[in-house]
Design a protein around this ligand. Structure first.
Ligand SMILES: [Zn+2]
Ligand SMILES: [Zn+2]
Ligand SMILES: [Zn+2]
Length: 271
């Protein structure tokens, strides 16, 4: 016979006064809340909402910062018999932040198609147009763009004579090719060297609670439903009746690991 779960996780006492000194005294309550969540998972007492795409935390100074999971966030469920949103998949970390640099991708570098490899081009300064001077009523004035040299550094290749095409082997784009040309696997067609910067919970002010890692308070999160035509679900999270905010709790600093959303009351933001 199905058991009716209480509407709120028990037992309600302060969970989120997470100062390192109080960690030990706080652990038993966290443990109860985790067990409650695990029980829901065990009984499959939830409906899938979608994939976690953003999770916003608030820093002590009130500044908000968001983890961007792109398409790799854990699945999120809504408990059927309790007002609880829970992670129903393991935590795989936060995807790295990809920064596009100014440096051209060396894997698809080819002769610059603007200057044909010369690294220079005819001066396109106003009134010069490659003459090396400006014809003014008072006489010829030296062109300040080319200083009389009639040529300018090619902007497209910064004078190097080479330019990344974003296509495999540095091929030039040709829309008549069958099969179509392949993108450069190194830069994925972006033509620039991309730098991946690791993002960790520590970047969001995480702290240890016993063996676990806590991040928060979580003030907002966004879920992408599995059916792409359905709108994104956004939840604002406020403190619960005990004044506890939501925490993201990770079982360890290694991935994958179990993760829990504990405390707080998530409310769907109407759109
Ligand atoms: Zn060039
Ligand atoms: Zn000029
Ligand atoms: Zn490339």
């Amino acid at each position: 016979m199905p058991k009716t779960a209480p509407r709120h996780p028990a037992p309600p006492r302060r969970v989120v006064a997470v100062k390192p000194a109080t960690v030990r005294s706080v652990m038993p309550e966290l443990n109860d809340r985790i067990q409650f969540t695990l029980d829901i998972l065990r009984r499959q007492d939830f409906e899938i909402l979608g994939r976690l795409s953003f999770l916003t935390i608030e820093r002590p100074n009130g500044q908000r910062e968001s983890m961007d999971f792109r398409k790799t966030g854990p699945m999120v469920g809504q408990a059927r018999s309790a007002n609880l949103v829970l992670l129903v998949e393991q935590w795989n970390g936060i995807p790295p932040h990809v920064e596009t640099s100014e440096q051209m991708c060396p894997a698809c570098l080819a002769k610059c198609d603007i200057c044909e490899g010369k690294g220079t081009k005819v001066c396109d300064g106003a009134w010069c147009g490659g003459l090396g001077y400006r014809a003014e009523p008072t006489g010829k004035k030296e062109c300040l763009m080319c200083n009389g040299t009639k040529v300018k550094t090619c902007d497209a290749c910064q004078g190097s004579g080479k330019r990344s095409t974003g296509l495999a082997g540095g091929e030039r784009y040709d829309d008549t090719r069958v099969p179509p040309q392949q993108r450069c696997t190194s830069c994925k067609g972006r033509k620039r060297v991309n730098k991946e910067v690791a993002v960790t919970p520590a970047d969001f002010g995480s702290r240890s609670i016993g063996p676990m890692i806590a991040v928060g308070p979580v003030v907002r999160f966004t879920i992408a439903p599995q059916e792409p035509q359905r709108p994104t679900l956004t939840y604002d999270v406020r403190a619960d009746i005990n004044g506890d905010y939501m925490l993201l709790l990770l079982e360890s600093s290694a991935v994958p690991c179990a993760a829990y959303l504990i405390g707080g009351i998530p409310t769907r933001v109407n759109r």
